[in-house]
Ligand binder design. Structure first.
Ligand code: 5GP
Length: 105
């Protein structure tokens, strides 16, 4: 069996994380190495390594995560924010479990 990524271990509560939101489809944690005052990672519970691995059945899930972003920003008193999805090794991706960075100051 393939080795779990760090995010799967967090989802499965095998390693700790600062979890700020969770529902049946995704989990949101604070980045361990924040690049902004607020730096969150929105992570689907479904095991999807990169954007290249999305299928049409993931449309609802991706929409769900996009709609969460402004809600999370408002909950953290941000009136603006940046989002980032690193994709593939050459795209700067380090953890091969899809995630959306949300950053704001
Ligand atoms: P990537 O380059 O794959 O888009 O970014 C992975 C992000 O995950 C990095 O910003 C890194 O700081 C964060 N990260 C890596 N390991 C952990 C961890 O164990 N816990 C948390 N909370 N964040 C992590």
């Amino acid at each position: 069996m393939e080795e779990k990524t760090v995010f799967e271990k967090i989802i499965d509560r095998e390693i700790p994380a600062d979890i700020v939101y969770e529902d049946d489809k995704c989990i949101v944690i604070k980045d361990i190495n924040p690049k902004a005052r607020v730096h969150l990672l929105v992570i689907p519970k479904k095991k999807i390594p990169t954007l290249f691995d999305l299928t049409p059945e993931d449309k609802d899930l991706m929409g769900h995560m996009m709609l969460l972003l402004p809600q999370l920003a408002q909950a953290h008193n941000l009136d603006g924010f940046k989002t980032l999805i690193n994709t593939g090794k050459s795209g700067g991706q380090e953890v091969f479990h899809l995630h959306i960075h949300l950053m704001g100051n």
